[in-house]
Design a protein around this ligand. Structure first.
Ligand SMILES: *Cc1c(COP(=O)(O)O)cnc(C)c1O
Ligand SMILES: [Zn+2]
Length: 469
């Protein structure tokens, strides 16, 4: 870090541009960022982004890094406002002027109230990633991937790009939003969705952003196969989490959690749903970055939650053997994935770094719904996947896997409103049998129709008249 010139007030601006390359997680081959890659051209495995100059960052002490990141929070510089506050750790190859910021990141960490903590069995926090611009954490990864695309378009003078993704709903909402910000003459936006397997709210998002929306029969895994083949054989920019630039943006979740806890992570346990396993990969990588730079002194425990209806990672964690599973109908629809693309990264991170600091928990569909509804009855606005996290934490507490003394953080990955139809199915007890969810009367709610006069409302509510005794 050069100081002096780059330091304005207490804000230290990023000067580290790093030496970032694609690096294969299996054969270790490296490739320049000058081309777009999604899998290793030599062996076909997953790629990650590697900053070969990362060790230069170690010249700054952990204490100093904490002060730098804390100092940037009060800066009004546009490019530091979102996930690129952690520029050195996200994608230092993208210069500040090419960063796209649409309001992502710095989502609130909200303390669960006493009643809800009592229900779960321990005090905890909800990090509400539904309060991102397209209402899910996917905006974090999209901000980095689209900033990289924006930089590439300018630096390499690319005339035309087609941004494309397959999605369980939220990736397409985020991709379409961020792509719509780039010049229309240069950038087109296409999303592939499994027909009938995203909510109406999620479908409305890419449509509203002007993307070409293509519906395919089957489930997400089928759409993913199509998009993988397209990315392999045609000139497209893939925006699934197979694109390692997405993972790097999503690491910001971990940096923020650590910062919001004043960098005290020694008893930290983070709980999040697993779908395609991109997010849990990013969260584990993010904490690892902080650990390597002495910004935190211990790695936290990471708990992945899966539904009984889509549980390949849970099965692997119990048996040590991985196999794709057929998925069944799930209200945690954004995580309804039978063969997670990023699983090999999860396995590597667990084997090499997290070991017993990682485990998976499995919950029923009924528990997912009750986790969501109960959280939302106590001041939260969590989605079904957030409900899955809450239910997973409750189970982990019940099974003695975490203690009341731990600092517990659950990820609500998107906003309640995206999944309003599952809430409605619950309230009206109209789930199709394959969901295996039955309504509990005490969690039901429905509007009451009355005449438009005060008498009838007061009568219905049993109100007492004022004064006049
Ligand atoms: C994508 C998504 C998930 C699953 O995340 P992965 O990175 O696919 O594991 C969970 N919840 C929501 C709301 C999502 O959009
Ligand atoms: Zn390789």
């Amino acid at each position: 870090m050069k100081r002096g010139k780059t330091q304005t007030g207490s804000v230290v601006l990023p000067t580290h541009r790093g030496d970032v390359v694609y690096s294969c997680i299996e054969c270790q081959a490296q490739y320049s960022l000058e081309e777009f890659h999604y899998t290793c051209p030599s062996c076909g495995s997953l790629l990650k982004l590697l900053d070969r100059a990362f060790d230069e960052l170690k010249r700054v002490s952990g204490t100093k890094w904490r002060a730098i990141f804390d100092g940037r929070r009060v800066s009004n510089r546009h490019f530091l406002a979102g996930i690129f506050l952690f520029h050195e750790l996200i994608l230092p190859a993208v210069p500040p002027e090419d960063v796209i910021y649409l309001g992502e990141g710095h989502t609130p960490l909200i303390r669960a109230n006493e009643d809800l903590s009592g229900w779960v069995g321990a005090p905890f926090y909800v990090k509400n990633d539904g309060l991102n611009p397209s209402a899910s954490f996917k905006d974090r990864g999209m901000a980095s991937a689209i900033s990289y695309l924006n930089h590439s378009i300018r630096a390499r003078d690319i005339p035309q790009v087609l941004g494309i993704c397959a999605s369980t709903g939220d990736t397409s909402a985020a991709a379409a939003l961020y792509l719509s910000y780039l010049p229309k003459g240069k950038v087109k936006s296409v999303v592939l969705l499994p027909q009938g397997k995203v909510t109406p709210q999620q479908l409305s998002q890419p449509l509203g952003s002007g993307a070409t929306v293509i519906e395919l029969p089957g489930v997400f895994d089928d759409c993913m196969k199509v998009v993988e083949e397209l990315a392999e054989n045609y000139e497209v920019f893939l925006l699934n989490s197979k694109n390692p630039a997405r993972i790097n943006g999503q690491k910001s979740y971990s940096y923020e959690v650590a910062q919001q806890l004043d960098w005290q992570t020694s008893n930290l346990v983070t709980v999040l749903p697993i779908g395609n396993a991109g997010n849990i990969t990013a969260v584990m990588e993010g904490f690892l970055d902080l650990y390597r730079l002495n910004i935190i002194d211990t790695l936290p425990t990471v708990i992945g939650v899966q539904s009984e209806h889509a549980d390949p990672v849970y099965r692997w964690s119990m048996t040590g053997k991985y196999a794709p599973v057929p998925v069944r109908a799930s209200v945690a629809q954004a995580a309804m994935i039978g063969d997670p693309v990023s699983f090999p990264k999860v396995r590597q991170l667990v084997e090499e770094h997290y070991q017993s600091r990682f485990f998976a928990v499995r919950v029923s569909e009924q528990e997912v719904m009750e986790g969501m509804l109960t959280a939302n009855r106590h001041g939260h606005v969590v989605c079904t996947q957030g409900g899955e996290s809450v239910a997973g934490l409750k189970k982990a507490v019940a099974n003695g896997l975490v203690s009341r003394e731990d600092t517990l953080v659950v990820d609500s990955t998107s906003h309640q409103l995206k999944f309003a139809e599952f809430q409605q199915m619950y309230f009206t007890d109209s789930f199709a049998p394959e969901y295996e969810i039955t309504t509990r009367m005490d969690l039901r709610n429905a509007p009451v129709a009355l005449d438009a006069d005060a008498e009838s409302v007061a009568g219905f509510l049993n109100l007492k008249r004022k004064g006049k005794t």
